[in-house]
Design a protein around this ligand. Structure first.
Ligand code: NYM
Ligand code: MG
Length: 226
């Protein structure tokens, strides 16, 4: 008799604007999964610990300057360098929580104001998506949706690039566009009202996770691609 193969883990992306509560929810969720007997791991993007991650960190903290296109490709490369480990972790039966993924990658780059001379047009969503095509596709994207009003009630922004009100407003619009894109992609989004208490948000997030686990169970075992 052969032993049945280990069912693969689920790939769960957590997305949202800065201050939506992603990191808090990721930590709670990781604990809840593990204490429910579901092996799980957290993978944060950008992963600032790798050589590419160091370059991204210098850029975000304004220690270095880069073309919009170059930094965009570095964010994508930072995901590609994690791809094999993501796939082998999933295939070994461990669920992965992604604290940001390609969706942040697309909207933050496309939200940047054009540089007047060298780069007169904003980067398009399709251009921004292209380098991520082929990466593992999440079974669900849990979007922590926070209203402008609630976001403003939370602690102020940090000093990193992109943490400015005008930029965040564009990011919000682009996330909305991305969520509505086409019927196929639409199913992937699980929108949670992130304006509630930490516990209320965690409950809604958990329902999304149960949905992802169900999809994996009903699927053919393969990890889809972007
Ligand atoms: N960000 C994040 C991007 O611009 N592109 C990407 O591909 C990713 C993953 O980095 N403001 C931006 C969004 C954030 C910033 O992320 C740092 P964090 O989660 O604050 O470390
Ligand atoms: Mg941040």
């Amino acid at each position: 008799m052969t032993t049945p193969p280990t069912p693969r883990g689920a790939l769960i992306a957590i997305e949202g604007l800065d201050r939506a509560g992603k990191s808090t929810q990721c930590d709670l969720l990781l604990n809840r999964l593990i204490s429910s007997g579901i092996p799980a791991k957290l993978q944060k993007f950008p992963d600032r610990s790798t050589p590419i991650g160091h370059m991204i960190n210098s850029y975000l903290t304004s220690t270095s300057n880069l073309d919009d296109q170059a930094i965009h490709l570095l964010f994508s490369a930072n995901r590609w360098e994690a791809k094999d480990s993501i796939l082998s972790t999933l295939n070994s039966g461990t669920t992965i929580l992604l604290d940001r993924y390609i969706y942040s990658g697309i909207v933050f780059s496309a939200a940047k104001p054009p540089v007047p001379v060298e780069n007169p047009k904003p980067l398009s969503v399709s251009w921004c998506k292209a380098p991520d095509v082929g990466l593992p596709r999440p079974d669900i994207i849990i979007f922590l949706n926070i209203s402008q009003e609630d976001a403003e009630k939370r602690a102020g922004f940090g000093d990193e690039r992109y943490e400015k009100k005008e930029m965040q407003e564009k990011v919000r619009k682009l996330f909305e566009e991305l969520r509505g894109e086409d019927s196929n992609d639409k199913e992937d989004w699980w929108v949670v009202n992130a304006g509630g208490t930490v516990e209320e948000v965690a409950e809604e997030v958990w329902r999304g996770v149960l949905e992802a686990l169900k999809r994996v169970k009903e699927g053919n075992g393969e990890v889809r691609s972007i």
